[in-house]
Design a protein around this ligand. Structure first.
Ligand SMILES: [Zn+2]
Length: 75
C-alpha cells in the first residue's frame, strides 16, 4: 500500500469515526453508548466511560488469571 493510499484510508476512517461520534452525541439512545466502542469513538458520557472502565477491569482480571494459571502449572 502506498503512503498516499494509507493516508487516504486513515482519513476515511477518521471521518467515519467523527460521523459516528456526531450521531452518538445527538442520540443519547444510540446503541454504541455504554460500550467500549463508544468510548473509542470519543464519547465520554457516563455510560461509555463506565463501559470502558469495566472492559479494562475485565482485561486486567483476564491477565491476572492467566498469570496465576501459568504459575500453577509451574509446580
Ligand atoms: Zn456515550
Amino acid at each position: 500500500m502506498s503512503p498516499d493510499e494509507k493516508a487516504k484510508r486513515a482519513e476515511i476512517r477518521e471521518r467515519a469515526i467523527t460521523k459516528r461520534l456526531g450521531e452518538m452525541l445527538e442520540d443519547s439512545g444510540d446503541r454504541s453508548h455504554g460500550t467500549p466502542t463508544g468510548y473509542v469513538y470519543g464519547c465520554r458520557c457516563a455510560r461509555c466511560t463506565h463501559a470502558k472502565g469495566v472492559a479494562s477491569m475485565n482485561e486486567r482480571a483476564r491477565r491476572l488469571r492467566k498469570k496465576a494459571e501459568a504459575s500453577l502449572w509451574a509446580y
